[in-house]
Design a protein around this ligand. Structure first.
Ligand SMILES: Cc1ncc(COP(=O)(O)O)c(C=O)c1O
Length: 407
């Protein structure tokens, strides 16, 4: 792009989430040496503070790259832009009234390319992999990360190998194929897909972009937290609810708030973060409830919300730490309640949420009952996707078709 402003990332290091050990961000990295844990990018925040102000960021075009000083890319404006980010923050007046809440919002990530928040992670993850010389990527997925990475890999001309459960909804499989990804379906869940990816990547030299084993996807997800803080004029909401599979969005929002607090840009306390899971697959909720430092894989995990079918998130310790650190909590809802929430949100507010996002509706009622959330608080539901890939979960019209009237 001619005349593009010169830019260099403020990225300084990749820090092990377990030990704090620093790792070189200028070369391709996966998990940390020694502990084998997630690596989290860090930035020279003092230099960021000197380089840009919140007002300047607000004046930029409404896309992911407006937060470029807090992203790891050296050439963010040169990245293929499919339009991720800058999603609407919707008020939910009718649902709020039903729940007795005046300050209820929904961040609608369904507005992203490929219909979910996974586009944010892919936009940054694929661009950074490209900067570091990667030309072939493999990813295990519950579905939506696969299609998002497939779209961005298509735009970059990078080869992508997706391994996903055979039970992934057909529209997601079709998306991946349409974007030119090599798709393998496994009779199993995402952890089974992960083992196949690890084995094939090691053999073929592909970059393994498994959840939280790749350091940059979370930076894309972080922009959700940055956008939420900005939308509240840097006085963050009291509570953010997040449908938790591998937990990347939760970690991203936490990281956003931490960096903004360190920059001195926040006018209020960071939100309490609440992890919501499906009862049939709720390792984080189980660990949280029992006070365990580690989560454990449930027997026979199952939920209709494919994105929540993550039997043991790789970053489970970090997720639990974040719940503790932010004063948050965790809650599980069963699939029937989740589907009720989906109907309620669509019929009351005109938002047809993916089942993962819809789980937050039932969870919110539960949290209000438990007293974990107060009715007067400012609450944001992070709806991670739209339901158009999940029409098998949506009621069809009851009335049979009629014949056309004579012309
Ligand atoms: C729509 C949707 N919401 C939430 C999630 C969970 O995301 P994460 O694994 O980052 O916690 C997924 C994951 O596939 C998803 O597709």
């Amino acid at each position: 792009m001619a005349g593009r402003e010169a830019f260099r990332s403020f990225l300084t290091t990749l820090r092990c989430a377990e030990t704090g050990e620093s790792h070189d961000p200028s070369v391709l990295q996966s998990i940390s040496r020694g502990a084998g844990a997630t690596l989290l990018p860090e930035y020279d925040l003092e230099a960021v503070r000197a380089a840009v102000t919140p007002a300047q960021i607000r004046a930029r075009p409404a896309d992911l790259w407006r937060f470029r000083e807090l992203l790891p890319l050296n050439d963010p404006l040169g990245a293929p832009d499919l339009g991720a980010g800058a999603t609407p923050l919707l008020r939910l007046p009718r649902l709020g009234k039903r729940l007795g809440m005046a300050n209820l919002w929904l961040k609608d990530e369904g507005a992203n390319p490929t219909g979910t928040f996974k586009a944010r992670g892919a936009a940054v993850g694929v661009a950074r992999a490209h900067e570091l010389g990667v030309r072939e990527i493999a990813i295990p997925t519950a579905g939506n990360a696969g299609s998002a990475w497939a779209a961005y890999c298509a735009a970059w001309g990078i080869g992508l190998h997706v391994v996903m459960p055979v039970d992934t909804p057909d529209p997601i499989k079709a998306e991946c194929a349409a974007y030119g990804a090599d798709v393998t379906q496994v009779r199993g869940v995402i952890s089974d897909a992960g083992r196949i990816v690890a084995e094939r990547s090691a053999a073929a030299g592909w970059f393994d972009a498994s959840t939280m084993k790749e350091p940059y996807r979370v930076e894309g997800k972080k922009t959700m937290g940055l956008e939420i803080a900005e939308a509240f004029d840097w006085d963050p909401p009291d509570v953010v609810l997040y449908p938790t599979g591998g937990g990347v969005g939760l970690i991203g929002v936490w990281k956003a708030m931490r960096e903004l607090a360190e920059l001195g840009w926040l006018r209020g306390a960071p939100p309490r973060l609440i992890a919501v899971q499906a009862q049939g697959c709720s390792p984080i909720v189980e660990a949280w409830t029992s006070g365990a430092a580690d989560a454990a894989r449930p027997d026979d995990p199952y939920t209709v919300a494919n994105g929540l079918l993550v039997p043991l998130p790789f970053a489970h310790r970090l997720i639990l730490r974040i719940l503790r650190e932010t004063g948050g909590t965790a809650a599980a809802v069963d699939d029937a309640a989740l589907l009720d929430g989906m109907r309620e949100l669509s019929s009351l507010e005109g938002v047809l949420a993916a089942p993962e996002g819809a789980s937050l509706i039932a969870a919110l009622a539960l949290l209000l009952d438990r007293g974990d959330v107060a009715r007067g608080e400012r609450v944001v539901l992070l709806n991670t996707g739209n339901a158009l890939k999940y029409t098998h979960l949506v009621d069809q019209p009851a009335a049979p078709p009629v014949d056309p009237l004579p012309a």
